[in-house]
Design a protein around this ligand. Structure first.
Ligand code: URP
Ligand code: ZN
Ligand code: ZN
Ligand code: ZN
Length: 496
């Protein structure tokens, strides 16, 4: 046969178009699109199904040791990528987190060992910079960026992660010079610390007070500051996990001023509210940062998806068990909210939730859905066109969806290693029934068929979207257009 796999009779959608076509796959890549393709060694009948590029989950945490308490995440690269595959995701970008006082390269090597031989789907790494020493800034980051680690996250809060404004500027300057994309966790750390103290001294220590300790104004202030720092250095940034109106207002303001600010949101800000933190200690299950807000904010986040404010939707899968010695009850005990690890699971439910409540309701189009969950994250992190689309020459990373399948989400049907899902009992319509990674079926008809270690590490290219815009007023009069920075600099110096 001419093809290893042919997927027939499906409705294929990319970020740009929707078409009835068959897909011919050979050597792990899409090699033919069209009707009436010759036989494949494996034939998949996708009649009545949607055939979409596999999801790219560009924000998930696997096997990340947490702080000094030695908390362990419930998902490693095996269970985390298994869960991803079963939810239609074929590429994940988890984090390699630097430990303060240690090297960034050591962290990257450590996470490679954690992933080695385990992943069912392909993976890249973002770095997390927690200690931008001169060596990290001048040597490690430039060489790591050149080797395919072209994005890093910086935190404005969490004592063991946060950077001050000057350190952030230094990191952004490295991103600009070397073509990396910086992701920013924007919450004002001192506001949170002070509010936490006030709440604690009033005896307010239950999980629900986590939301009061991290109000929208703390997110708004930090978002605005991150935008200002990005403007000062003249480099695009991504604001991760945007929770609601206040941060969105800042991002709209930035867009109105021509600044290249990208924004990410997550299902928790579309499906949960702060009231999920109520109800005693069980509220710990929905503790994440920023916290979920209210119904009105959910609607504003949906608006941002439909009108293009947001570039990507990621899960921010941060897997901590509820019961047991690790996780939400550290040491098996109910603790004050500030000691509960932040983050919720969602790598498997990200796509079905957004499809059901986004596409089926008409809030976003099918093409927008593909853009937000696959194409845009692949572009933003330098993986496109290999990942994030269905095109000749692209990897055959494909999720075949039954758009009519009715599912009541329960934790027992999920494939992560967390003992709960925040979405327990939610009804959705549409679910990925078959997932292929580079032409190999990894998830089919309710069975995991992928094998640990099949997933490959992906070095990322320097993302085009991280290019600074040419905005030097000194260059006015010798208009150089929207050229890459290196060229615009050359143009300027030639006219100096
Ligand atoms: O609460 C969250 N989001 N925890 C995960 C780590 C992060 O800040 O993304
Ligand atoms: Zn974060
Ligand atoms: Zn995160
Ligand atoms: Zn001139």
């Amino acid at each position: 046969p001419s093809y290893d796999v042919v997927i027939r009779h499906g409705l294929v959608a990319t970020a740009c178009e929707t078409m009835e076509t068959d897909i011919g796959i050979r050597g792990g890549q899409v090699v033919a699109l069209g009707k009436g393709l010759e036989a494949g060694r494996t034939e998949i009948d996708a009649s009545g199904k949607l055939v979409l590029p596999g999801g790219v989950d560009a924000h998930c945490h696997f096997d990340q040791p947490m702080g000094e308490e030695g908390l362990k995440m419930a998902d490693d690269f095996l269970s985390g990528t298994r869960s991803a595959a079963c939810g239609g995701t074929t590429t994940v970008i988890p984090f390699a987190a630097q430990i303060q006082g240690e090297s960034m390269r050591a962290a990257v090597e450590d996470y490679h060992r954690r992933a080695e031989g385990k992943a069912l789907v392909d993976y890249a790494f973002h770095m997390i910079v927690t200690d931008p020493t001169a060596t990290v800034l001048n040597e490690e980051l430039p060489s790591l960026i050149a080797q395919g680690y072209t994005s890093f996250k910086i935190y404005m809060t969490y004592d063991d992660m946060k950077l001050n404004d000057r350190q952030i500027l230094q990191c952004l300057a490295v991103a600009r010079k070397h073509g990396a994309l910086a992701m920013v966790h924007a919450e004002n750390t001192d506001c949170i610390a002070w509010l936490t103290e006030v709440l604690e001294s009033a005896g307010h220590t239950e999980p629900r007070y986590h939301a009061q300790a991290r109000p929208m104004v703390a997110e708004r202030e930090a978002t605005h500051r991150a935008i200002a720092l990005s403007e000062l250095v003249d480099v695009p940034i991504l604001i991760v996990h945007v929770s609601g109106r206040e941060a969105i207002d800042q991002i709209r303001w930035a867009h109105g001023h021509g600044l290249r600010i990208y924004a990410e949101t997550c299902p928790q800000y579309l499906f949960l509210t702060a009231s999920h933190l109520d109800g005693g200690y069980e509220g710990a299950k929905c503790i994440c940062s920023p916290p979920p807000r209210d119904k009105a904010n959910q609607r504003i986040v949906w608006d941002g998806l439909s009108d293009g404010l947001f570039t990507i939707v990621s899960s921010d899968h941060a897997p901590f068990r509820y019961e047991g010695t690790d996780g939400k009850k550290p040491g098996g005990k109910e603790v004050e909210f500030q000691y509960i690890p932040n983050g919720i699971p969602g790598v498997e439910t990200r796509l079905p939730l957004l499809f059901s409540e986004g596409v089926r309701t008409g809030r976003i189009s099918l093409n927008q859905f593909v853009a937000l969950t696959s194409t845009n994250p692949a572009k933003l992190y330098g993986l496109n066109p290999r990942k994030g689309t269905i095109a000749i020459g692209s990897d055959a990373d494909i999720a075949i969806w039954d758009p009519e399948k009715q599912v009541t989400i329960t934790n027992s049907m999920l494939h992560h290693n967390v003992d709960y899902t925040p979405y327990e009992g939610m009804q959705v319509t549409g679910w990925p029934v078959t997932t292929l990674v580079r032409g190999q079926i990894v998830w089919d008809s309710g069975q995991v068929v992928g094998t640990a270690g099949y997933g490959q590490f992906l070095p990322c290219g320097k993302p085009d979207m991280a290019r600074p815009k040419v905005s030097d007023t000194a260059a006015a009069g010798h208009y150089v257009g929207n050229l890459p920075t290196a060229l615009s600099k050359l143009a300027r110096s030639a006219h100096a």
